[in-house]
Every structure is written in structure tokens, then in C-alpha cells.
Design a protein around this ligand. Structure first.
Ligand SMILES: Nc1ccn([C@@H]2O[C@H](COP(=O)(O)OP(=O)(O)OP(=O)(O)O)[C@@H](O)[C@H]2O)c(=O)n1
Ligand SMILES: C[C@](O)(CO)[C@H](O)COP(=O)(O)O
Length: 234
């Protein structure tokens, strides 16, 4: 194995409750392919990647119907929440550094992936793609009213991929789970251990498809990119 190549874990064991579709959202169509197929293709076709470990639900009956034939692809089975699924996928990782990327983010570009990997290796623990917050942020009082404005200076939305030393990420997730810490991304587990991963600015259109409005936006972005690619081909 090329020592510079990386394994990537793709958590894809969610049910997509906020989407409210008949199938888990990773199996919804985005143009001619499912969201999951588009996300997997980014990594299966990348020379940076050693193996792609897709983490699916034990009850998943759709994945096997997809026609994805790659020696780079391995399957792991997910857990109760996203952190459990990522931890399960890490059991199959063999590279010193690892990427974790949401199945629900099919619009990642190869440029952002490359920037994250190059810059992330400069860090003592790792790095994440993130987008600076552009809107004014309000904290709710819990009763539908504004409690206060959140100062948005130096505030970012965490994206994925997130890129870490494998052994450190395993240790962080295990420690956080032991202490029942709320972990919604890999960086929060590293922060729980006192690390400060690098923030690498990524494209704001690397959206996580969570609800129907996100799906509409993703479909429009895919059409736009496919049209501009056709233009380049010409
Ligand atoms: N137990 C879980 C929960 C989520 N995920 C994955 O983590 C990514 C980000 O999670 P999210 O967008 O929250 O997906 P869901 O959990 O499916 O959505 P919801 O919270 O609306 O149910 C998704 O690719 C999802 O499939 C996972 O692998 N295992
Ligand atoms: C990992 C993540 O995409 C970073 O923003 C986000 O935390 C996932 O949250 P979700 O509720 O599991 O979608």
C-alpha cells in the first residue's frame, strides 16, 4: 500500500428522519445517481484514497442493490448515533491518518479534499473543512423569541471530511463515549481530549443534505456543475 494513501470512513447508517422520505436520505436520487453513490464515487475515483469503508445500518436492504463494484470498497455496520457508526468503521482502517466524510455530503470537490489532506498533515492532530458563518446568529429563548445575538466573528460551520491521526481519533471517540460526552463530529471528540484541530476553509456548497430544501438545492447544484463540465468538454 502507498503509505501516503488514506482510508476514508463514510457514515451512511442514518435513517434521515429530518428528510421524512420513504427511504433513508442517502438513497434518494440526485440526478441519475443516489446521494450515496455520488459521495462514494468522489473517493473511489481519487488517487489519494486507499480504501473506502462505508458504514451502513444492519437493516439496510438497499445498499446491496447499488451497482458499485470496486476493490477499494469495504462495508462496516453502524450504531445508535453517528459517532458509534464512525467508531465501527474505524475498526477496518489500516492507514495512520483517516478521513471521515458524511454520506449526506455528495458535493465535496476534489480541490477541497486535497487542500484538507495537505494542510491537515501540518497539524499535530488533524483538521476539518469548515465554512465561516455569513448570517447574523441568534440564540433562541426556547419560546420562539430572540434571547441574544451570537457574535459571529471567528464562528464556522463544521463540514466534512474531517481528517485525523487514526489512533488519536479512536482514543478520542472511546474517551468521549466513556464520559457520555455529546459528540456530533470527530473534531468535538479531539477537542474533548484538549486538542485544537486546524480549521481549513471549505466551499459553502459542500452542503449536508438534511431536509427537502437541501435536496432541492443539491439537485440544482448538480445540474449546474454537469452543465459547466459539458461546456469545459467543448
Ligand atoms: N446512527 C447514525 C446516524 C447518522 N449517520 C450518518 O451520519 C451522516 C450525518 O448524519 P445526519 O445528516 O444527521 O443523517 P441522519 O442521522 O440520517 O439524519 P436525521 O438526523 O435527520 O435522522 C449521514 O450520512 C448519516 O447517514 C450514521 O452513519 N449513523
Ligand atoms: C459532522 C457534521 O456534518 C459536521 O457539521 C454534523 O455534525 C453532522 O450532524 P448530524 O446531526 O449527524 O447530521
Amino acid at each position: 500500500m502507498d503509505s501516503l494513501k488514506l482510508d476514508v470512513v463514510i457514515p451512511a447508517a442514518g435513517v434521515g428522519s429530518r428528510m421524512g422520505a420513504k427511504v433513508p436520505k442517502q438513497y434518494l436520487m440526485l440526478g441519475t445517481k443516489t446521494i450515496l453513490e455520488r459521495t462514494l464515487e468522489i473517493f473511489l475515483n481519487s488517487p489519494l484514497i486507499n480504501r473506502v469503508i462505508v458504514v451502513i445500518s444492519k437493516d439496510d436492504e438497499i445498499f446491496q442493490t447499488l451497482e458499485i463494484d470496486s476493490p477499494k470498497l469495504l462495508i462496516a455496520y453502524g450504531g445508535k448515533d453517528r459517532a458509534d457508526s464512525v467508531r465501527s468503521g474505524l475498526n477496518q482502517v489500516t492507514t495512520d491518518w483517516v478521513l471521515v466524510h458524511d454520506a449526506a455530503r455528495p458535493l465535496l470537490t476534489l480541490e477541497d479534499l486535497a487542500i484538507l489532506v495537505v494542510r491537515g498533515r501540518e497539524s499535530d492532530c488533524g483538521a476539518i473543512l469548515a465554512a465561516p458563518v455569513a448570517d447574523t446568529l441568534k440564540k433562541s429563548d426556547g419560546n420562539g423569541k430572540i434571547a441574544r445575538t451570537v457574535v459571529r466573528k471567528n464562528v464556522y460551520r463544521a463540514l466534512t471530511p474531517q481528517f485525523f491521526k487514526t489512533d488519536l481519533l479512536v482514543k478520542a471517540l472511546d474517551e468521549a463515549a466513556k464520559e457520555h460526552a455529546e459528540i456530533t463530529d470527530e473534531a468535538s471528540a479531539l477537542e474533548f481530549l484538549g486538542y485544537h484541530p486546524l480549521l481549513i476553509e471549505g466551499r459553502s456548497d459542500n452542503i449536508k443534505i438534511t431536509n427537502k430544501a437541501d435536496l432541492r438545492m443539491a439537485k440544482a447544484l448538480v445540474k449546474l456543475r454537469e452543465r459547466s463540465n459539458k461546456f469545459k468538454a467543448v
